[in-house]
Design a protein around this ligand. Structure first.
Ligand code: ADP
Ligand code: MG
Length: 319
């Protein structure tokens, strides 16, 4: 019912940036090559995410809004090897319970698009090419207590942009554009990884960092590690991705920190961008509704591998 779903929504949707993250996840899962995000008033008034992915078949549309309905895994066993960003089937339902949401979508087979209004269930013909547009208006309009916790539009926008930045780092092959009000705030064209990282994080970070590249059994690591002497410049630049998903993980952060320890002086924060690829059965991504936490089957092995790879990158003999 309404209350239960609003409470559940609280775990997934905290602010406009959470909506942006979930909608971009969905666009990527749908195979989008180009994703455009449009925000009004930091996303509180309106969030529109437009993709050129596969779209949703008309008969699947009502299902997309149902709680715990996902088209991405069919059994619990498949969760072991989940390759999509989504699998819990709760994002759209959660968002629809705390905002006005409409879905406009068209598959290659459909003669025209359909537009579904989540609240009323009203379905009407619409016009657009293959792909999906999700529009989310008036976030938390019916839960004023939650709305009160939102910060200024500028702050909410900064968080939302950061959410897209993380996707852009992980998916250099996809083009992204972010609009705020009538302004194009960011645009990243599809590019090779190194170029995308420079486009998103700045050429100065790339210049002041070294390449990380290592493979150890079921584990591969790549990215950039900021040189310790330059680390102070971007204390906030600490990105870790596990199988393409941005995560906050203490074990990984600790491993990196340990690698820097010898070469860090004072309280400098290392800056780094790391992509860890690991066999999916060795990591559990279903720890938290937002999937921002992971659990490794063999944490020690992961810690050692990451620490060694970053130490390698930082070793003074290397260019
Ligand atoms: P999940 O991503 O975990 O499956 P969501 O609630 O995020 O759950 O989405 C529900 C379903 O709606 C997805 O499984 C997918 O089938 C469909 N869907 C959502 N967004 C899109 C999109 N942009 N393009 C195509 N299908 C989508
Ligand atoms: Mg999803």
């Amino acid at each position: 019912d309404e209350l239960v779903s609003q409470i559940a929504a609280g775990e997934v949707v905290e602010r406009p940036a959470s909506v942006v993250r979930e909608l971009v996840d969905n666009a990527l899962d749908a195979g989008a090559r180009q994703i455009t995000v449009r925000l009004v008033a930091g996303g509180v008034r309106s969030i529109v995410v437009e993709d050129d992915g596969g779209g949703i078949a008309r008969e699947d549309l009502p299902l997309a809004l149902k709680r715990h309905a996902t088209s991405k895994i069919a059994s619990l066993a498949e969760l072991e090897s989940v390759a999509t960003m989504g699998f819990r089937g709760e994002a759209l339902a959660a968002i629809a319970s705390v905002a006005e949401m409409t879905l406009t979508t068209r598959t290659a087979e459909m003669p025209h698009a359909w537009r579904l209004q989540a609240r009323s269930g009203e379905l009407a013909p619409a016009a657009r090419g293959t792909g999906t547009t999700v529009e989310v208006n008036e976030l938390f309009f019916s839960t004023p207590a939650r709305r009160k916790f939102l910060k200024t539009d500028a702050t909410e926008f900064a968080h939302a942009l950061e959410a897209v930045r993380r996707h852009a780092l992980a998916r250099p092959d996809v083009g992204f554009a972010v609009w705020h009000e009538a302004r194009l705030a960011a645009q990243w064209r599809a590019a090779a990884p190194a170029q995308r990282w420079a486009d998103v994080l700045g050429a100065d970070f790339i210049a002041a960092s070294r390449g990380v590249q290592a493979e150890r059994g079921p584990l591969a690591l790549q990215g950039r590690a900021g040189q310790p002497e330059a680390a102070r410049s971007r204390a906030d630049l600490q990105y870790v991705f596990v199988n393409g998903r941005y995560v906050r993980d203490r074990l990984l952060a600790h491993a990196v920190r340990a690698a820097y320890e010898d070469q860090l002086h004072g309280s400098r924060q290392p800056a780094y961008l790391l992509f860890l690829q690991i066999a999916p059965e060795l990591v559990d991504v279903n720890v938290h509704p937002t999937k921002i936490e992971v659990r490794f089957r063999d944490g020690r092995a992961v810690h050692q591998a990451v620490r060694a790879a970053v130490e390698d990158a930082l070793a003074p003999t290397r260019a």
